[in-house]
Write a protein that binds this ligand. Sequence first.
Ligand code: 26W
Length: 816
Amino acid sequence: MIKTDSQSLIRNLRSLTGRPPESASPRQWLRAMAGLVREHIGAHWADGARARRHAGERRVYYLSMEFLPGRLLMQTLRSFGLYESCRRTLADYGLDLEVVAELEVDPALGNGGLGRLAACLLDSMANLGLPAYGYGMRYDCGLFEQEIEDGWQVERPDTWLRHGNPWEVPRADLVHPVGFGGRVVDHGCAKLPRHEWLPEDEILAVAHDMPVLGYQSERLNTLRLWSPSSFGELDLRSFNDGEHVGAFARRNAIESLSQVLYPGDASPAGRELRFKQEYFFVSASVQDILRRFRRLGRPLDRLPDEIVIQINDTHPSLAIVELLRLLVDRHHLDWEQAWQLTRQSFAYTNHTLMPEALETWPLGYFEKLLPRHLELIYGINDWLLRDVGSRRLNDGGLIRRMSLIDEDGDRRVRMAHLAIAGSRRVNGVSKIHTELMQRTTFADFAALYPGKIVNITNGISFRRWLLDANPDLVELLRSRIGDGWLREPDRLAALAPHADDPAFRAAFRAIKHRNKLRLAELIARDCGIPVDAGSLFDVHIKRIHEYKRQLLKLLHVVALYDRLRREPDPRRGARTVVFAGKAAPNYVMAKLILKLIHQVAWRVNTDPAVAGRLRMAFIPDYGVRKAQVIIPAADLSEQISTAGREASGTGNMKLALNGALTIGTLDGANIEIREAVGAENFFAFGATIDEVAALRAQGYDPWRIYHGDAEARAVLDLIASGHFSPSTPDLFRPVVDALTSGGDPYLVLADFSAYLRCQERVEADFADVEQWTRRAILNTAGTATFSSDHAVRRYAELVWNTGLSDGRAKQVAAAE
Ligand code: 26W
């Protein structure tokens, strides 16, 4: 078996790269291994799709502007039992599989939790044997590659397709035209209007398929990514006339659609491009979904029985209008019937309540680019507001508040209202976030449609975040509780009693230590900073955003630094603070915070007074790949958002699963993690959501804290004094101002002293090695409920009605 796999590998190498094994480069071997895996995948892929078509199950379509699937090679080699043969074959030619595998790119087609959640849910759907498709955009450049120059973030294009994508199957045969602009004509009569949209421009969307594998299962789903086709788009006459640049104008315009994930939205052109991207990808997806449905030969009124389309935040919400348009204009259904079918076919996940992140689009964009959709939106709005009126809920302002159109200012479509009106269910991503949706931002909708807003707390793939990220720990777990938890996550709870076994604790600790050494190597390589794997590894890793409060963590570091400078305390344990995360390119404050992190790190790491006690590192270019190294090595997980701001968080789950203790506010999924792992194994601090509201109502005054708390004052003064930026002493003035005179909506100073006290407890507790390890193990054991398998089961029950009851899931597991 191994021998034939080895021969196949070499055959792949020759046919895909044209090189003999003796002279192939590591990258060529990588391609050959991917080719080998693809051979194994190929047959299953086709079989799986065919088998499902007969089964007549409802298909789940997951639409997302972001996907962060991570690397696939190692996981798939293991899944198909190819790991050992590849390792040996490569070794025969003097190569190390682990080193070669490092060359695989990590597709950064996403920004944060929402994109990674999409990947975890797809993983679980495949794992549970649910027939599901992911739909997204195939961006030519991922988010961006983050480089650090003199402590500042510099964005470089992330050319992830430079060496091709060995996993994707381009489907030149699968294209859909996507229209923009033009006008709407009415072919009907007054009684029976029949509208037709005549777009001015049409761009072809081409499918590219990526496999999505379940754990050791033969079930394979598809992630279908769209890119615009500019094939043949060259004005040959201009070109021959010497217009070598102008001849490519149209090609460039088309290609710009999929160039980057977040076109800078500071300019109107950037915002319009994002709007076009959203429509482009949902139009192609909805056409594709209808195409597949039509092949079944069922009448259109069966649509909601056969499909459900989950939209990941509002970014794909134009899909609702697109489906309505196709049903009415192309399939000539009556409006009311088409709308009811549409509403039953969609479900919407909300990931944020922050007003600035709730999407709205100016009516002007619709007038210019999607005139027919605008008519349909007005129709939906009429329907919605009639519904509101008929239920006598109106309290005067209600119609205005619930309307799809925000009449204030430049008149915009509220995409969240469209998404709620057009969905069978709406879910929040943690208990508290769902409650806030019901109680605050969407209270009117909750009253109009009782039971529509439901909670499905996020989850994470244990295959990715333990099996792939922490193989040593998986081996240890196998030796004690087997690996049934990879299929039935609840079995992880069986680990808890082992926390009382000193031998198990020692083994658990040894693995953590090895993981810390591995992270120390990464830090030495990427940052040139030596760190001590014996110290407390304290990690704050996530997008840089004021609500996530990297600043609160920084104030803590500065306070520690200041204390140690004044009185070096030999009893204090050593701590290594690790930051990682990207700042949005035009988020000025986030970039300044990132710079401050570097300047504080520079001081801390070079001041002999704190040497051996405190170290700090910022790991550049955070993504799935680096997360897989950082997370298994963490002792302390920082989840310190201002209460009410973090919808859920998923990094918090990954860290707890890998045996980090959390220090966190009572926000998002932290609340549920604390319940699951036990309050005694979680460091909670800070203002609760109600306290935050009360503070705001009273009129939060940061100056009171500044004047009343000597340590807060000392820390802010030290930053303001230019101590961390001697050559430009005023550099961080805006940061200090934001926290004080700016009124700080994120209430950093309000939580400062509680946070410091809580950190003192952390420090004292970390010194008790045995107890700490015990609590770390209980974190791993307690996190079972945060498996994305659970989340998918809940979606299946509460939202999709796909009949994936526990019974069926077990049946699936047993059959495999
Ligand atoms: C341009 C519009 C926009 C705004 C915000 C696009 C994308 C975003 C975020 C980066 C979305 C995001 O990642 N949200 C996170 O979603 C996770 C999965 O539900 C949650 O766990 C996080 O709390 C939430 O911040």
